[in-house]
Design a protein around this ligand. Structure first.
Ligand SMILES: [Zn+2]
Length: 281
């Protein structure tokens, strides 16, 4: 039987975290990713059937009891994941009480899951209710999107419409828009709860002055979602750097055309501007 380290899951996680690092979105130990695996998927390997040790978690995850996650480690650098996957990531199973995880593979130098793991689990719970195929939570620091949180009002509608106006693929890839929460201290259950609540309506939640939490049914889809949001943020930033005056952009009529052409279920509340004069913000 194949060993877990040779699995597609470890390979894909290492590649994805490497891509996040190369984009410049996960400096030092910034960023964290979790990928849900099924019992059948985990059972296909020769070295994933023993509990190596138990690690407490500071959150009641009993709703996810028995579920498996491949997750990046606390304090680990994404630039090292390709070379040291068995050290810098771990495969865990949520125990029956939901207050500990069983380590089945990885973290072989005594490591533990990311400090944002409770926030990941809360978001997994929210997204699983919306999408039974939900697999991935991804946190990273996309530079241009973070920059926008200093200059664009912190409203989900304002952010969503601004990003939609930058490129037609935006409304196609995130027709529900993006959610924005207030600035909060990272690594706490409070930011996890706020993020998970927004995840009921959005797959992308913006953390002002910090980064983004994104959800999806595969690593590629979730990564592509963040890439698309950040591409629009880069276009917005570049426009501002060119002098800031926007002469034309996608219009509400253009949004309607895209919705019709691609049969999208878009966020109706974001499709018309607010009463006050709206520029590109
Ligand atoms: Zn962060």
């Amino acid at each position: 039987m194949t060993k877990f380290i040779d699995s597609q899951y470890v390979h894909d996680m290492a590649q994805t975290t490497n891509n996040l690092y190369r984009h410049g979105w996960d400096e030092r130990n910034g960023g964290n990713v979790s990928l849900r695996l099924t019992a059948e998927e985990v059972g296909a390997f020769s070295d994933t059937d023993k509990v190596l040790r138990q690690i407490p978690i500071a959150f009641d995850a009993s709703e996810l009891a028995g579920k498996y996650y491949l997750v990046t480690g606390t304090g680990r650098y994404f630039k090292n994941m390709v070379e040291f996957p068995e050290r810098d990531m771990g495969l865990i199973r949520i125990n029956d009480k939901g207050n500990e995880v069983d380590l089945m593979w990885g973290f072989n130098d005594g490591g533990e899951p990311t400090s944002e793991f409770p926030s990941h689990l809360m978001s997994h719970i929210s997204r699983l209710k919306q999408d039974p195929n939900q697999r991935v939570i991804m946190h990273c620091h996309p530079t241009n999107l973070v920059a926008m949180t200093f200059t664009v009002p912190l409203s989900s509608k304002r952010f969503s419409r601004t990003l939609w106006k930058m490129h037609p693929e935006s409304i196609v890839v995130f027709p529900e828009g993006v959610g924005v929460i207030p600035y909060m201290c990272p690594g706490t259950n409070e930011i996890g709860e706020k993020t998970a609540a927004k995840m009921n309506d959005f797959r992308v939640v913006v953390w002002p002055h910090h980064g983004v939490f994104a959800a999806g049914d595969s690593l590629d889809e979730t990564y592509g979602l963040v890439e698309t949001v950040e591409k629009s943020a880069l276009i917005y930033t570049t426009i501002r750097a060119q002098g800031g005056e926007i002469l034309q952009s996608l219009t509400d009529k253009d949004f309607r055309d895209l919705i019709k052409r691609f049969d999208l279920t878009a966020n109706e509340a974001f499709l018309t501007p607010d009463a006050q004069t709206e520029t590109v913000e």
